[in-house]
Design a protein around this ligand. Structure first.
Ligand code: E4P
Length: 214
């Protein structure tokens, strides 16, 4: 499973990239707004740090305008992937962009039927917001499981992204289900890599080694 970092914070992205396990980055308007920088500069900076797909979202809601915005954003860097919301207008735009060979990430996806539609529209990536489904009392990972089955049934080339991740367990379960990608906030990435027994083990090894030196 590929691991993306879900962030627009340059320091977080640099830090996570230095661990050697990050394959790409997803941003969204809320994440970019939180950092307060210029959108284009932020995306270009991220592309310098991570050599993989970097998702940047359009803000238009009408397909023609989405395509125009996407064509513009796609010029910023060769690794930019255009995030398009999963609406009828968004699907129309995704189809057009696929014909133009511009990579897309159909986002704000909450059902297996939306996944089917996004795949048919030629989406490069499809992002299921697992955490927001769970927040609403639904089972986000069940939607992932069914969607993966659907994509497999039809040999779809679209890659499923498990997004809106709130805990390390979601990443683990997503990998066990065979999700193509999980996009994970920095805090959760840290939680995934840390284990108190690893720290305790290091402490004991170092302590025991002291007696060898004496
Ligand atoms: C995915 O690409 C989105 O940026 C993100 O995962 C949304 O997560 P949230 O529900 O925590 O805002």
């Amino acid at each position: 499973m590929k691991l993306f970092i879900d962030s627009a914070n340059i320091d977080e992205i640099k830090q996570a990239a230095s661990w050697g396990i990050i394959d790409g980055v997803t941003t969204n308007p809320s994440l970019v707004a939180k950092e307060g920088g210029d959108f284009k500069e932020t995306v270009r900076e991220i592309c310098k740090i991570v050599n993989g797909p970097v998702s940047a979202e359009v803000l238009s809601l009408e397909s023609g305008k989405m395509v125009a915005e996407a064509e513009h954003i796609a010029t910023w860097h060769k690794n930019v992937v255009i995030k398009i919301p999963c609406t009828t207008e968004g699907l129309k735009a995704a189809r057009k962009l696929s014909r133009l060979k511009i990579k897309t990430n159909v986002t704000l996806v909450f059902s297996a039927n939306q996944v089917l539609a996004a795949a048919k529209a030629g989406a490069t990536f499809i992002s299921i917001f697992v955490g927001r489904l769970d927040d609403a009392g639904e089972n986000g990972l069940a939607v992932v499981e069914e969607s993966l089955k659907i994509l497999k049934n039809y040999d779809s080339k679209s890659e499923l992204i498990v997004a809106s991740v709130r805990s390390p367990l979601t990443v683990q379960k997503a990998a066990a289900l065979g999700a193509h990608v999980a996009t994970v906030p920095y805090k959760v990435l840290e939680q995934m890599l840390k284990h108190s027994l690893t720290d305790a083990g290091i402490e004991r090894f170092l302590k025991d080694w002291e007696s060898v030196k004496k």
